[in-house]
Design a protein around this ligand. Structure first.
Ligand SMILES: C[S@@+](CC[C@H](N)C(=O)[O-])C[C@H]1O[C@@H](n2cnc3c(N)ncnc32)[C@H](O)[C@@H]1O
Length: 358
């Protein structure tokens, strides 16, 4: 069973949020991904004051206990596109600063202004870990069908910033997350020292998952979320989803030709491997179920058309390991499978083949 003790720990994380507290502060803009920043990730915030009455002579950052945090403060910078509405203010009202610093941990950071020689607290930043609430709900629901099973391992495909992996690290003894993009993988690795139970693996999840499952000896939750989620080649103006602040990867070779559906989404290969070779009980959560079979759903060029909901459902129904499968909501599909030992119809040759392949 997923342990209730760890749920309490999770609730503490819920409270970590970036906040703005001062009435003078008009905007804080995060350039990078602060939620991954428990070990020194670089964070840039734009702070904009629409206040012509007070001139801020100096802006500093301090911890809530009063220690000064080394920060670069740039008041010459130009505003990013998202804040261009502030350019319409009269010049004397436009006070804005770009403040960049390394997060030292999930501690409160206070922005302090020196105004007429007095230090005035201007804003507060509280580091936030973004995590998917649905995961917690799904696990409680699906795990109740396995009353005697302890799921101590969580495998994610598609790491991105590591949100879900961090979230899962509060609930599981072992967490593995596979990411194709080298930069995203190495960013995520930077947080491993805070969460030693997470292992970040770089590579194509349709290949890496086969090697990984040979190392896992316990019932596992698989969260299948690897897919191209766009990059700078995408026309975001004509897309519903506005994109992540960083490029994500696909298996195609060029940046100019839109990748094929197979190159964008490894889900069919991942499922095939888990269903035919993972020997233990498992709960499989398929993310973005609504995109299956679709093109241009979230953004121009997105393509999941090599997959079909109908054929996946037939594959699940035909599996002798199936315990249940159902849509959790529009976005998530859940599948529970028994161990191979409890599924006599599963050819044992599958297990032998996978051991040889490893
Ligand atoms: C939607 S994001 C993952 C979000 C993440 N699971 C979370 O919950 O925050 C999808 C990620 O999959 C990665 N990706 C795309 N194709 C992949 C592949 N074949 N193998 C592993 N990762 C892949 C992309 O680079 C992107 O970072």
């Amino acid at each position: 069973m997923i342990r209730h003790m760890t749920f309490r720990k999770l609730n503490t994380l819920h409270k970590l949020k970036f906040n703005r507290v001062d009435a003078n502060l008009r905007w804080v803009h995060f350039e990078s991904a602060p939620w991954i920043g428990n070990t020194g990730a670089r964070v840039s915030v734009f702070v904009v004051f629409a206040d012509g009455k007070r001139k801020i002579d100096e802006l500093r950052l301090k911890t809530s206990s009063g220690m000064v945090i080394p920060a670069e403060v740039d008041d010459q910078t130009s505003l990013p596109q998202e804040l261009s509405q502030f350019n319409e203010l009269p010049e004397s009202f436009r006070n804005f600063y770009k403040v960049s610093f390394n997060l030292a941990g999930p501690e409160v950071v206070v922005g302090v202004g020196l105004i007429e020689k007095h230090e005035v607290p201007l804003f507060t930043l509280i580091p936030k870990i973004e995590h998917p609430d649905f995961l917690f709900d799904i696990l409680c629901q699906a795990a109740s069908s396995f009353p005697d099973t302890e799921f101590s391992t969580f495998v994610e495909t598609g790491t991105l910033y590591g949100h879900t992996a961090i979230h899962a690290a509060c609930m599981f003894e072992h967490v593995y997350s596979i990411e194709l993009n080298e930069q995203l993988n190495s960013n995520a690795k930077a947080i491993s020292s805070c969460f030693p139970q997470i292992q970040f693996i770089q590579g194509d999840s349709g290949v890496e998952i086969a090697k990984l499952i040979n190392r896992i000896s316990s019932p596992t939750i698989f969260f299948l979320d690897a897919h191209w989620s766009g990059d700078k080649s995408v026309d975001w103006q004509s897309s519903e989803f506005s994109g992540y602040p960083t490029d994500t990867s696909h298996l195609g070779n060029t940046e100019t030709v839109t990748p094929s559906s197979q190159e964008q989404v490894p889900l069919d290969r991942e499922l095939e491997i888990v269903l035919s070779r993972f020997p233990h009980e498992a709960i499989i959560i398929i993310d973005d179920w609504q995109s299956i079979g679709e093109r241009n759903n979230a953004f121009a060029g997105e393509d999941w058309s090599h997959l079909s909901k109908q054929s996946l459902l037939e594959q699940f129904d035909a599996s002798p390991r199936k315990i249940f499968h159902y849509p959790y909501d529009d976005k998530h599909y859940i599948l529970g499978i028994r161990s191979m030992a409890e599924s006599p119809d599963v050819a044992t040759s599958n297990v032998n083949e996978s051991a040889e392949a490893a």
